[in-house]
Ligand binder design. Structure first.
Ligand code: UDP
Length: 344
């Protein structure tokens, strides 16, 4: 019997890539999304890649009755929860909207899962929980730092909510097992160029800003800060290919469903272990794609940490997962996606 995985937020950037990898690994996937932050481009792309119409429920997980009905109406073996707002700046402007949406939807997922015999919950967390780390690379044992935005705070709170739920249900017939995946900087697009990142308005993240500048939608990329204490003065991050990242979810789901977890709630860093500076990324983009990028140095962006990258040893050893794609391959995929969006 095939197992069914519910992917909340399955029409978004990460959710769509995860859906593709899960189906290709032999799982049935049910996508649920309210399309509040995306259109149907990625959903249609997923169907095109997989060559079939994927089951889709248009719903908002803040609606507790709808969440309950979804779990009551389907046999769901595991749920991966992506449905959340994700813009750091907006969360500072509208904290209540962020807390309500991101916490309420996750609580509703957990209550419905508990009520209807779904025991496996994977939550999409973030390396933002580590804040400005004292030591790099960060392991899962590195301390969490106080969040610097309501968005970051919702990630920490959802981690705690899952942890507490796991603890409180242990050994009961409503037992919930949890996996927290802490993503570093997901970038790129599917090699088919049929799904990818679709930022609304001016992109906040580096790679969509690079590709939009290269295609001519933006005038000039600002590199925020060249006076950081790093080799070239720009920040260091761990850029992880979106398909590699998606595959980590398949390994994590399999671990849950096959009963291989070593404790009720496990945490894994999903990164490459390879620090790359902003300048190195820009140079790599120009080189691999043969395009000249218009960029300039600009002042530091408030809230940016100097350097963070993952120690992915635990995920490598326990999940049997490893990031495989090079930064160059990933930047080529990001560029192919941008060109496709522009019809070029
Ligand atoms: N960055 C930049 N220009 C931009 C967007 C981002 O120089 O237009 C830098 C940012 O300062 C950080 C890195 O790129 O050092 C990654 O930023 P992003 O917003 O993509 O991810 P974050 O690490 O902040 O989650």
């Amino acid at each position: 019997m095939k197992k069914t995985v519910l992917v909340s937020g399955g029409a978004g950037f990460i959710g769509s890539h995860v859906t593709v990898e899960l189906v290709q690994a032999g799982y049935d996937v049910l996508i649920a999304d309210n399309f509040s932050n995306c259109d149907e481009t990625n959903y249609k792309g997923v169907c095109a890649i997989l060559g079939k119409e994927m089951p889709l429920v248009k719903m908002d997980f803040c609606d507790a009755a709808a969440a309950d009905a979804l779990f009551a109406g389907h046999k769901i073996d595991a749920v991966i929860h992506f449905a959340a707002f994700k813009a750091v700046g907006e969360s500072v402007e509208k904290p209540l909207m962020y807390y309500r949406n991101n916490l309420e939807s996750f609580i509703n997922v957990l209550e419905a899962a508990k009520a209807h015999g779904c025991h496996n919950v994977l939550f999409s967390s973030s390396a933002t929980v580590y804040g400005e780390p004292e030591k790099v690379p960060v392991t899962e044992e590195s301390p969490r730092q106080p969040a610097t935005s309501p968005y970051g705070n919702t990630k920490q709170m959802c981690e705690d909510i899952l942890n507490d739920t796991v603890r409180s249900t242990e050994g009961s017939k409503e037992e919930i097992r949890g996996i927290l995946l802490r993503y570093f900087n997901p970038i790129g697009a599917h090699p088919s160029a049929l799904i990818g990142e679709l930022p609304r308005g001016v992109p906040n993240n580096l790679v969509p800003f690079i590709t939009q500048t290269a295609i001519g939608r933006r005038e000039c990329l600002s590199i925020f800060g060249n006076d950081y204490p790093t080799a070239d003065g720009t920040c260091l991050r761990d850029y992880i290919d979106i398909v590699d990242l998606a595959k980590a979810h398949v390994y994590a789901v399999r671990r849950m469903l096959e009963g291989k977890m070593k404790k009720g709630c496990e945490v894994f860093n999903v990164g490459t272990g390879r620090p790359v500076s902003v300048l190195e990324l820009v140079n790599a983009f120009e080189k691999v794609n043969g395009v000249k990028l218009n960029w300039k140095f600009a002042p530091r962006r408030a809230g940016d940490v100097t350097a963070i990258w993952a120690d992915p040893t635990l995920a490598n050893n326990e999940l049997g997962w490893k990031a495989e794609r090079s930064v160059e391959q990933t930047l080529a995929a990001a560029w192919a996606w941008e060109k496709r969006l522009a019809g070029k």
